[in-house]
Design a binder for this molecule. Structure first.
Ligand code: NAD
Length: 250
């Protein structure tokens, strides 16, 4: 049967979600792209068809809103073969220093990054359990491991640390069900998540903090997500894969 990947945050033109969708598409997966940005999601779906996906689906979702998530996941499940892989990629960041974070901004970061991962996973998981097979990949960040230091500040770092706790607990709670749950923790990837707020000078500084002398690309992260869904990763669960160019060691 055709494997199916459901990707949130797949609409961003230069983002990790689109790169991931295209990698799965090239491997013959059916691809469901859900994003706040419907036009972007549709463009990714078109590109996924060109890349080799046998069936695609795109829809608007606000991952912070339970009814929006339920509707989008149900529509994806109706349109495509059963979901085998869930990639929770939708996320937002902000560099606001701790003393200036409003309650609203704190809640917004947690709503998208943590509540979103919770809601989408809760909507997809029953189907994976029923079929006795699933691969879930969540997006953390070096910021969640080290306490910021890249772009996102304390609220972002705390939300990405929360993703690690969620990932590990879910790995335990899916024990014996044919499901693995892992996280990816990239360092700086040059995408539009910074909304133009990062200077070329700062990017060069960050590249110099890695052992490989460059920032990560969306393809670097997409390749790791595809690996976590592959048979070669079947003994990995509850793991965090560092995609950081060795920057912890620098
Ligand atoms: N870029 C980096 O340096 C980096 C590093 C580590 C981790 N990450 C994580 O990787 C993920 C993807 O980041 P990216 O750099 O590709 O960002 P991006 O901004 O290019 O893409 C994020 C996507 O999420 C979507 N999104 C935002 N809010 C949403 C919502 N409420 N509902 C549905 N979709 C929503 C956006 O529309 C966008 O398409 C994020 O979780 C981010 O925290 C990024």
């Amino acid at each position: 049967m055709t494997p199916t990947v459901l990707i949130t945050g797949g609409g961003s033109k230069r983002g990790i979600g689109r790169a991931t969708a295209l990698r799965f598409a090239a491997l013959g997966y059916a691809v469901a792209v859900l994003d706040l940005d419907d036009a972007g999601a549709e463009e990714t779906a078109r590109e996924a068809t060109t890349a080799g996906s046998p069936a695609v689906f795109a829809a608007h979702v606000d991952v912070t809103d339970q009814s929006s998530v339920t509707a989008a996941v149900r529509a994806a499940e109706a349109a495509l073969p059963p979901v085998t892989v869930l990639a929770n990629i939708a996320g937002i960041s902000s560099p606001t220093r701790f003393e200036n974070i409003t309650l609203e901004e704190w809640e917004r970061i947690f709503a998208v990054n943590v509540r979103g991962t919770f809601l989408v996973t809760q909507a997809v998981l029953p189907g994976l359990r029923e079929r006795g097979y699933g691969r879930i990949v969540n997006m953390s960040s070096v910021s969640g491991q080290r306490g910021g230091g890249v772009f996102g500040a304390s609220h972002y770092a705390a939300s990405k640390a929360a993703i690690l706790g969620l990932t590990r607990t879910l790995a335990r709670e899916t024990e014996g069900q044919g499901i693995t749950v892992n996280a990816v923790a990239p360092s700086m990837v040059d995408t539009d998540i910074t909304q133009g707020a990062m200077t070329e000078e700062r990017k060069a500084e960050l590249a110099a903090t890695t052992l490989l002398g460059r920032l990560a690309t969306p393809a670097d992260v997409a390749g790791t997500i595809v690996f976590l869904a592959s048979p070669d990763a079947s003994y990995l669960t509850g793991a965090t894969i560092d995609v950081n160019g060795g920057s912890h060691l620098h």
